[in-house]
Ligand binder design. Structure first.
Ligand SMILES: Cc1cc2nc3c(=O)[nH]c(=O)nc-3n(C[C@H](O)[C@H](O)[C@H](O)COP(=O)(O)OP(=O)(O)OC[C@H]3O[C@@H](n4cnc5c(N)ncnc54)[C@H](O)[C@@H]3O)c2cc1C
Length: 456
């Protein structure tokens, strides 16, 4: 296994960097050897977490991207078995032409299945479909003592659910079986509605949520114009989309758009200095987006464009310049939508108008103590990292979220107040107990785990 020299790596947001000694195992034996020989270890998939979840504070970084084979695929049952470094795009390319698709896809298909399990990722259809972990039939986990264990909801359920959403701190996921869902075509049907106020946006999202709970195929996301002022703040565009059936397509259209839509493109280099994301440029771009996007009853577009739009624009983090961006994503319970508005108003009052803000509905979470989703709403706000002056800049926002009974998403986090984590994740101690059983010497770690004091 190539043992590479130290390299500087970051999360997707490019705001946090670490010097890392990287090992990229080519075989399962190499993974076992790397785990046995490293005193401390951090696991990394595609590195698409925004912050420091896949960065080491000390020790070796285990890069799992070379372990990326689809091992088997049963076209009758839709069960796919893959190595942990396979990406969702790899799975789509294998399964979609045969009429199957992952039931949960986050905003990028570049994530590895190991990363998707470790962060228990959600898509825009969470109220009906739940998060990724619900569709995992089993996984094999390499414990830091070198023993491989088979975990599922029926075999060591505590270990399984501590790993789902466990941020790579219970062991190294080696391979997994995922239940895919039927998919007739590679297209989505989208309905777009432009809203004129926060109240209208929330009303539409809440109405959609009731339908989503009954329909796992209904994907809903709202983009917010956070530059509008007064009563227009929070106006936006609400997109509802669902997989197109064969009968929805005009006869001239191929059932499958080109699969290279799912390829994932190399990330662009960061623009020099502060990049191009400034208050006035964001204001102009968001106003143009809102004004140009009319409501539309029906549009047919490739699934990749509907559900993973940022995969088509790989230059997004590059636009924020050398210091990169942070994404502040949090969830609040049903009935606490006003606290989302409070967060937005607070950011805007401090002249930190997000460059991109999206709102999604969430339904019931999994049994994972560290899994993010709670029934309610989640807002993700992209901010230039250069706007943060020290670690305390967003403390006020953390408090609003915690007061509302909400939580921040660890997969995106760079800044949350560590003191609030036990309140945001009340089952943290349950998770710690199971984790200590799987990794009694606490050899698995990460910069996120240290910063948020997740480990003893
Ligand atoms: C453009 C964009 C849009 C996104 N949209 C969404 C969204 O809609 N919903 C959502 O939930 N998330 C979203 N995310 C976040 C992303 O889905 C998660 O951060 C995901 O975990 C990244 O997967 P990865 O393979 O890059 O993992 P990494 O970022 O490399 O690692 C993430 C975590 O998983 C652990 N890990 C990785 N591989 C393994 C393994 N084999 N064994 C054990 N632990 C492992 C790491 O230690 C780390 O803690 C988005 C990210 C981007 C960049």
């Amino acid at each position: 296994m190539p043992d590479e020299p130290r390299v500087t790596l970051s999360g997707w947001g490019r705001a946090t960097h670490r010097q890392c000694l990287v090992r990229r195992p080519l075989s399962e034996e190499d993974v076992v050897r790397a785990v046995r020989s490293a005193p401390w270890l951090t696991v990394r998939g595609a590195g698409l977490s925004y912050g420091d979840a896949a960065l080491p504070e000390r020790g070796t970084l285990l890069d799992m991207t070379a372990r990326c084979k689809v091992l088997s695929f049963d076209q009758t049952t839709g069960v796919i078995v893959a190595e942990a470094g396979a990406t969702l795009a790899d799975i789509v390319r294998e399964a979609l032409p045969k009429g199957w698709f992952p039931p949960v896809v986050p905003g990028t298909a570049g994530v590895t299945v190991g990363g998707a399990i470790a962060c228990d990722v959600h898509g825009k259809n969470h109220p009906g479909s739940g998060s990724f972990g619900l569709h995992v039939l089993w996984l094999s986990l390499l414990r830091p003592d070198g023993v491989v264990v088979h975990l599922s909801p029926g075999e060591d359920a505590d270990g399984f659910w501590a790993t789902v959403g466990g941020m790579g701190l219970t062991g190294v996921i080696l391979r997994t079986a995922i239940q895919l869902q039927r998919m007739q075509t590679g297209w989505a049907l989208r309905r777009r509605t432009r809203t004129r106020s926060w109240d209208e946006t929330v009303e539409l999202m809440q109405a959609a949520r009731t339908r989503q709970e009954l329909d796992p195929d209904l994907h809903v996301v709202a983009w917010l114009d956070t530059h509008a002022s007064g009563r227009r703040l929070g106006r936006g565009i609400v997109d509802e989309s669902r997989p197109a059936l064969v009968t929805d397509l005009p006869p001239a259209l191929d059932l499958m758009p080109p699969l290279d839509n799912w390829a994932g493109r190399p990330a662009a280099r960061s623009l020099p200095g502060p990049g191009v994301v400034f208050g006035p440029t964001i204001a102009a771009a968001t106003a143009a987006r809102w004004h140009l996007a009319g409501s539309e009853e029906k549009r047919i577009l490739p699934l990749a464009a509907a559900w993973c739009p940022l995969d088509q624009v790989r230059s997004w983090p590059a636009a924020f310049g050398r210091q990169g961006l942070i994404q502040y994503q949090f969830a609040v319970p049903v009935g606490a939508a006003s606290s989302v508005f409070h967060v937005l108003a607070t950011l805007i009052g401090r002249r930190m108008v997000p460059a991109l803000s999206t709102l999604k509905n969430l339904g019931y979470g999994t049994a994972g103590p560290l899994s993010f989703p709670i029934p309610g709403m989640t807002l993700a706000a992209d901010l230039p990292a250069r706007w943060l002056h020290g670690g305390d800049t967003l403390r006020v926002v953390d408090s609003i979220v915690a007061e509302a009974g909400g939580r921040v998403y660890l997969a995106k986090d760079s800044v949350v107040d560590a003191e609030l984590i036990p309140r945001m994740y009340p089952r943290l101690d349950d998770w710690r107990r199971t984790r200590a059983r799987l990794d009694p010497d606490h050899r698995l770690t990460s910069a996120l785990a240290q910063r948020l004091r997740l480990l003893p």
